[in-house]
Every structure is written in C-alpha cells, then in structure tokens.
Write a new protein. Sequence first.
Length: 164
Amino acid sequence: MGTRYWENFDLEERLARALGRPTRVLNDADVQGFGLIADNGLEMVLTLGTGVGTALFRDGDLMPHLELAQHPIRKGQTYDEYIGNAALHRKGVKKWSRRVHKAIANLRSLVRYDVLPIGGGNAPRLIDRRGMCGLAPTWRVLPVVSGFGTSRLAPRRSSASWVL
C-alpha cells in the first residue's frame, strides 16, 4: 500500500485472528471483477478511478494478481501515471480517452483476453473511440450492466468483447 507500515503486513491472517473466521483479502479490481465477468474464457478487468486496477479471470476463476498499474507504459510513466485520475484532470477527457485506448491496445497485445470489462469511477467519462489504436471497429454497445455504471461493448464477428 505504499507505506513501510504495511510492508510484509499479513492483513488476511490478522483479520482471520481478530474475527475468528477464515478471511480472504482481495484487490479492489478483483472484487469489482466478480460483479462484471461472465465466467467464460479469459476476462481482464480494468478499473479507472483514482488509480488504475486490473484483474484476470479464467472461466470465472481469479488468476494471480498482476500489479500492472505500476508497470511502465510510456516514457517511464506507469499505467497509474498515464491514465489515472491525475492524468484525466491534467490532460482533459479527450486526450485522456486517447491514452486509455492506447493502454487498452497494449493490454490486449500483452494478455490476449477474450473480454475486457471496464469499471471504476472514471469509466463513464471514457470517449468511445473504438476505431483508433487498433480497437475493433465492429464492436457495438449493449445494455448497461446494473450497479456498476458501465455499458457492454461486444463484437459482431469475433470472440473478443469489451465492456465499458
């Protein structure tokens, strides 16, 4: 969590001891992903909020966490710095959306997911620019996913889809 106090702190074990019950501690993108995924194929969840979060699921099973938000994307910037909330406010919605689409293209190349649900507080601000950065122009908007303020974009002819 970025501070020395939390370094090597076993929160899961401490909570289990305090509650007297088994516990599980998950990343916020992992938790949101359980509400967005369809339990089919390789699904990568991307959350756009204060920072950037990711989670991977295979056929509904949570895969090991990759802290991609701290991975470099461009000119030494991390995903957090490049498309996080500070970048949105610094660059404006139009340029930030362009950056998010470039990041999505990078993630697609890296992970080769079947579905990309996108959630988080800034997801509704993302401008639909599916024709740029190699994103499939055949995708269409489907109904809003209840409770997450997101819409589902799915392809017309491929097995990949994108949830926004």
